[in-house]
Design a protein around this ligand. Structure first.
Ligand SMILES: Nc1ncnc2c1ncn2[C@@H]1O[C@H](COP(=O)(O)OP(=O)(O)OP(=O)(O)O)[C@@H](O)[C@H]1O
Length: 247
């Protein structure tokens, strides 16, 4: 059953068509990857879905309801949350306080924000550090804190924007395992990443954006063998990190 759907989404910035008539549907519980060259429109598509920007045309449906034009806060209330490429935890708050903010202000039915915060920190492997501040964390741990803050809002759908970007092999593996665990809980995950090994290993399906348009979708195997995708993006880097991470 479809949980997240985009219908003919278009976003223009002056003369640039960042997202060009994109339609897609994601089933409940699916993990779907989104790839494409730098500037293809991936982050813009995520911003349209999460309510940070409004499309010029098209509609976003969550659970069959039109959420186009709602604020990120309202969309979070309805069960969709997005993590950011550049993590920005509250520096002066402890990890448990950071996660509790998500639980409290996510606006979902979370009875005890602090208990929920501990649960999600445990889930991402950070509960032992619950009372430290983010400045003591490695890059990988900061990404896991970002995921914990998102999970604290009790979402049905999570959008991950480059959660594996900039991590070493061990940290990447920890994130891949974590995304697998989140999928195993029945959550729906839509993720952007330039780290192909990570993205291809967690995704059941992959969408490919090029120049604002969705040029292919399929299983990781199909995508890695698709001539147009190889030409547009994967090239000789198939199986490795393709392209440089964005901002
Ligand atoms: N606020 C904005 N104003 C003007 N142009 C923008 C804006 N946001 C994005 N763009 C342009 O829209 C296009 C798509 O950008 P976007 O960041 O969505 O691509 P991306 O696929 O996420 O790239 P990357 O992999 O580098 O993060 C680019 O040409 C970009 O310069």
């Amino acid at each position: 059953m479809t949980v997240l759907e985009g219908e003919q989404l278009t976003k223009r910035f002056g003369g640039i068509v960042a997202v060009d008539d994109v339609s897609f549907a994601i089933d409940r519980g699916e993990t779907v990857g989104l790839i494409g060259p730098n500037g293809a429109g991936k982050s813009t598509l995520f911003r349209l879905i999460s309510g940070v920007q409004e499309p010029n045309e098209g509609t976003v449906y969550l659970d069959g309801n039109d959420i186009t034009g709602l604020s990120p806060h309202e969309i979070c209330h309805r069960g969709l949350v997005r993590t950011h490429q550049i993590v920005r935890p509250f520096e002066t708050l402890t990890l448990v306080e950071n996660a509790a903010v998500g639980a409290e202000f996510g606006g979902r039915d979370v009875d005890d924000p602090e208990e929920r915060a501990h649960e999600v920190l445990e889930f991402v492997g950070l509960d032992e550090m619950a009372h430290t501040t983010p400045d003591e964390l490695s890059v990988g741990a900061l990404k896991r804190l970002e995921i914990a803050r998102a999970l604290a809002t009790d979402p049905e759908v999570l959008l991950f924007d480059e959660v594996a970007g900039g991590l070493d092999t061990e940290e990447t593996e920890a994130i891949v395992d974590l995304i697998g665990d989140i999928g195993d809980q029945g959550k729906t995950v839509f993720l952007i990443d330039h780290v192909m090994r990570a993205l291809m290993s967690v995704s059941e399906r992959v969408f490919v954006l090029d120049n604002g348009s969705l040029i292919a979708s399929g299983t990781p195997d199909e995508i890695q063998n698709d001539r147009r995708v190889i030409e547009a993006y994967l090239g000789e880097n198939a199986g490795e990190t393709a392209g440089a991470a964005g901002d």
